[in-house]
Design a protein. Structure first.
Length: 327
């Protein structure tokens, strides 16, 4: 297979894995692992559709198709103003706090990076959930993937929120080139400061997973991961350093296998759709389209645009093909 064909297969696996993880995790969002076990035992089957995670990833992909490596934060802000805001006829449904704050800032006439600084949710995992396309676009180049995704992040986030996006984009870029799961996580760590909250959480989960044999259904492992990185007594779960660390932990537990990585990821609860989406994206980037279970792939249809009307009707496989053609 030529390089372009190989990249296309891995791009399709990445975005299909993202959409599947998003959809599988959606009903478990904001639940505890114990409540997930009580309701489903283990979540293995997709019943409904995805969330804003998939729609924002498609939107991010469209930015890359248009601007490529020349993408700037100003381009992203302009796209929000021309394509997102005009189609919002009422409340912005299904969006995270960082995106809601960004739209308000843009409507006030602010420009990045102020648009990502003026609201109090810069640490949100909104960038991390849509970072995968930047990794697809930079196969084997984690540093460039991190640089590009930061341009997107400057519009809606700051600090740890941007670092979470950088880590995910770098992980996908590394997985696209055939790196091992451990090498993929090292790539994520290589593009963020070692003294950052995100880096410390990633190191903690790696230490936990290296201490003893583990199984993906091990409740003791779940408790240890929560103890290491979950922000207790905080009412919201979209915390980037937490979600990114749990997602990459799930990817390591699954040893890069899409189904094992995603099912363990969503079993962790918290921001389960985003954790599943990130784990699925990284694993899918490594395994390619055939690595995503067929029964999951068959459940993924065009997005409805319930959060972002501009992407309504788009299918992640078509979007992946567009990204691969732009490489």
């Amino acid at each position: 297979m030529n390089h372009r064909g190989s990249f296309q297969d891995h791009a399709r696996g990445c975005l299909l894995g993202l959409a599947a993880g998003d959809a599988l995790g959606a009903p478990a969002e904001n639940l505890t692992p114990a409540e997930i076990r009580r309701r489903w035992g283990t979540l293995t089957e997709i019943e409904g559709g995805g969330t804003d995670d998939t729609e924002y990833a498609i939107f991010a992909s469209s930015l890359l198709v248009r601007h490529g490596h020349a993408l700037t934060a100003a381009d992203v802000a302009a796209a929000y103003r021309s394509e997102v805001i005009p189609l919002m006829t009422g409340p912005m449904r299904g969006a995270g706090f960082s995106e809601l704050g960004t739209v308000q800032a843009l409507r006030r006439g602010l420009e990045p990076p102020l648009t990502g600084l003026v609201h109090s949710h810069g640490w949100s995992d909104g960038l991390a959930m849509r970072a995968a396309p930047y990794g697809i676009f930079c196969p084997g180049d984690p540093a460039e993937a991190a640089r590009l995704v930061e341009q997107d992040g400057l519009v809606s986030g700051s600090g740890e929120g941007i670092l979470g996006g950088r880590a995910v984009a770098a992980a996908v870029a590394s997985a696209m080139s055939g790196a091992s799961p451990r090498e993929v996580v090292q790539a994520a760590l290589s593009v963020i400061p070692p003294d950052s909250w995100t880096s410390r959480n990633l190191v903690r989960v790696c230490e936990i997973l290296g201490q003893a044999p583990y199984e993906s259904a091990d409740d003791v492992l779940t408790e240890a991961l929560h103890e290491a990185v979950v922000v207790k007594h905080y009412p919201w779960t979209d915390v980037a350093p937490e979600a990114v660390a749990l997602a990459l932990a799930a990817y390591l537990v699954g040893e890069g296998d899409v189904e094992r990585s995603v099912t363990f990821g969503v079993s962790l609860g918290r921001d389960a759709d985003t954790i599943g989406a990130i784990a699925g994206a990284v694993a899918g980037a490594g395994q390619g389209e055939s690595g995503v279970p067929r029964r999951w792939a068959e459940r993924i249809g065009p997005v409805t645009g319930k959060c972002l009307p501009v992407v309504a009707g788009r299918h992640v496989l078509d979007v992946a093909d567009e990204l691969a053609r732009g490489l």
